[in-house]
Design a protein around this ligand. Structure first.
Ligand SMILES: *Cc1c(COP(=O)(O)O)cnc(C)c1O
Length: 421
């Protein structure tokens, strides 16, 4: 459930009509609902309330400082994958001991930064990285907690670009070699082995791949304990999917996901970490856009809107679907019209949806792309020199711009022309 509903014929975010935000901030603009974020975070916490746990928000899904502060103040940990994300989490007030550092290519400066600033654990993804981290930590006189990310060779049954748990993906170490890798890790001076990490992919709509991966993690826990390792923490990753289409079967709920975790690893007495991103913030955000032109093509009608692939990349990159709805609620029984909804960028890939069914639209009409809170603004660019899309946070009956749209001067001001030109 989210807080984007029609009220008095107008789509609202909580108690704020979205048309008011469009008028005051301009379009395109991302709008997030604080109540929805809070609710979704609470569902994950509730799903794990049978054990010691930390819900670490996957910062890469939405890294706006205001969103991170909101999550951090609720008690969330953070899953970061770069020095920049680490800096954002800290700037949002999240203490180091609630930050988990993931990612296949952590650099030495990133390691140093996180060790200096404080870290809950590093999820190491390869032997070379493990050795580098040990050397960095030992050089600083530190011992850092680690989990080793294992690749369980499980098919997550999701889009190939966001599947991460098969043996041909770049992530983790093969689970078949885990015992050997843990033996080396335990012998390295800068590391303290705490746990096991796994993340098999994103937008999973079926619990079976989680079940399969977590069963392998449970077996590995037992095997590693038999070798003398103290495994006290399991990081089970993120990936639970969300409904992107109103009319579709909804993916499993966090509470059902929590049950799968309990069944698979509950008996091991470990502290549980999870790293949801999309499921917390995806349906907590919309992208507002205005119709620039309605263009009647040869055999189709185009709705040319002022949002483009640089603002919301998912359709161009993954063929992803976002429901597109008008801000003014269509009258009951009103006819629908099929439009190809496209942006102004000079690529045919800049198509959001073909044959989208909307009421008759005209220039100046407003639409919302739903389910755009995750992997939306964070993937935005200024391609075609379109100023970076702004973001707004709503709580109750008020809203704030949490990232303003840069002016042309600001956008140009980041470049510099050498004096010898
Ligand atoms: C992307 C990612 C997540 C978050 O995935 P969601 O599908 O957004 O829940 C969590 N952990 C790791 C390691 C990731 O790479």
């Amino acid at each position: 459930m989210d807080h984007f509903l029609y009220r008095d014929g107008h789509l609202h975010a909580e108690d704020v009509p979205l048309s008011r935000i469009a008028a005051e901030v301009g379009t395109p603009v991302y709008v997030y609902s604080a109540a929805t974020l809070t609710r979704h975070f609470g569902l994950f916490r509730q799903a794990l309330d049978w054990t010691d746990h930390l819900v670490c928000f996957a910062v890469k899904s939405n890294s706006n400082l205001a969103v991170l502060k909101l999550m951090g103040d609720l008690g969330a940990g953070m899953d970061v994958v770069s020095g920049g994300e680490y800096a954002r989490a800290r700037a949002a007030g999240v203490p180091g001991d609630r930050i988990v550092f993931s990612g296949v290519g952590k650099t030495v400066p990133e390691m140093r930064m996180a060790i200096e600033g404080g870290i809950r654990q590093f999820n190491v993804e390869s032997e070379p990285e493990m050795r580098a981290l040990s050397a960095v930590a030992a050089g600083m006189g530190a011992t850092v907690p680690i989990a080793v990310r294992v690749n369980p060779d499980v098919d997550a049954k999701t889009h190939e670009k966001i599947a991460t748990g098969k043996s041909d993906n770049k992530f983790g170490i093969p689970i078949s070699r885990a015992v050997e890798v843990y033996a080396e890790a335990a012998a390295l001076p800068g590391l303290q082995v705490m746990g096991i990490d796994v993340h098999i992919g994103s937008q999973l709509t079926d619990l079976d791949p989680f079940r399969a991966a977590y069963a392998k993690v449970a077996d590995l826990t037992t095997a590693l304990r038999a070798e003398g390792h103290r495994i006290t923490r399991l990081d089970l990753g993120g990936g639970l999917g969300i409904p992107y289409r109103r009319d579709n079967n909804a993916p499993p709920l966090p509470i059902e996901y929590g049950e799968v975790i309990r069944e698979a690893v509950g008996h091991l007495g470990c502290e549980i970490e999870i790293e949801p991103g999309r499921n917390i913030v995806g349906n907590a955000g919309v992208l507002l856009s205005e119709v620039i032109y309605v263009k009647n093509g040869q055999d189709r009608d185009f709705l040319i809107v002022d949002a483009a692939m640089n603002d919301l990349l998912r359709p161009a990159m993954y063929g992803a679907h976002h429901d597109i709805v008008p801000l003014v609620e269509p009258a009951v029984g009103a006819g629908v019209h099929a439009y190809d909804v496209v942006g102004p960028v000079c690529e045919s890939g800049d198509t959001f949806q073909k044959g989208a069914e909307l009421p008759e639209m005209a220039a100046g009409g407003l639409v919302a792309f739903r389910s755009a809170g995750a992997y939306g603004a964070v993937m935005a660019s200024e391609y075609n020199s379109r100023p970076l899309v702004p973001e707004v946070l709503v709580r109750g009956d008020h809203f704030a711009v949490i990232r303003p749209r840069p002016t042309y001067e600001e956008m140009l001001g980041r470049d510099s022309v050498p004096e010898w030109l």
